[in-house]
Design a binder for this molecule. Sequence first.
Ligand code: COA
Length: 275
Amino acid sequence: MSLNVPDLAESAFRPDLLKGRTAFVAGGTSGINLGIAARFVQLGARVVVVGRDAEKARAAAASLGAPEQALGLSADVRNYEAVHTALRQAVEAFGPLDIVVSGAAGNFVAPVLGMSANGFRTVVDIDLMGTFNVFRASHEFVRRPGASLIAISAGQADHPKTLQAHACAAKAGVNQLVRVLAMEWGREGIRVNAITPGPIANTEGMARLAPTPEANARRIERLALRRYGEASEVAECAVFLSSASASYVTGAVLYCDGGSGLGDASDRALSDGIA
Ligand code: COA
């Protein structure tokens, strides 16, 4: 899946906005999170991308095209010690962390009776425990005041969806964890927020949730903005949340979803509303 990271010229932010800052992006070896890492690098940050597979992590960092600004490390976010080690290595390489993104996620489509307890737990472990592990372990490594912690959530946190019991439970937990951490760590000058992406083009998530052209067309017809988003559009939100422009924003869930969470905006839904 090739990621579309447009030119920096398309960013609303000034090119040196993140110069001198360090970011740690868990799950940053592909998809939306790699798009966030790419934009951070473009804006001058040093970025550590972390994924389960060491070779993939190295390749992802190399793909960012700025060897002195990018490092790839491996850790499974389900393993607290492994996450802690990766965070320590990141700080040894690039200095204290200004931005921590918890973006690793797992998903599959199945009804509750089609998943074992281990299947349910696997997604909760990656999404919810993973976010706990990344944020809890990063606390000692972040520069404060000024640190920005960002969880990548999902619409399943707010809207129950069949075949998604694990992701619904996990992401609802992520949003609440973000709010509690915002309250507990705000006094230290650490802000904690979440981004809820909608359907983003060329991601593994969409390949799993809308696997056919027909499923894609149905989804697009229901979206207020009538198109899938780009990874770079989520990345711009992450930059905003990490910038001084968001210095009074904490505990927020920022929706970058083309209106997806609002419900069905198709013509049929509109005419049903009139009838
Ligand atoms: N339907 C039902 N159960 C499933 C399943 C499916 N499609 N896919 C996996 N599972 C179950 C497995 O059967 C296993 O349970 P069991 O031991 O009782 O049989 C459990 O989930 C763990 O599977 P496993 O493959 O061992 O886990 P993993 O850690 O290697 O992979 C997943 C984690 C399952 C989330 C895998 O889909 C993954 O790695 N995803 C990462 C990428 C991703 O999902 N990106 C999209 C994010 S939105």
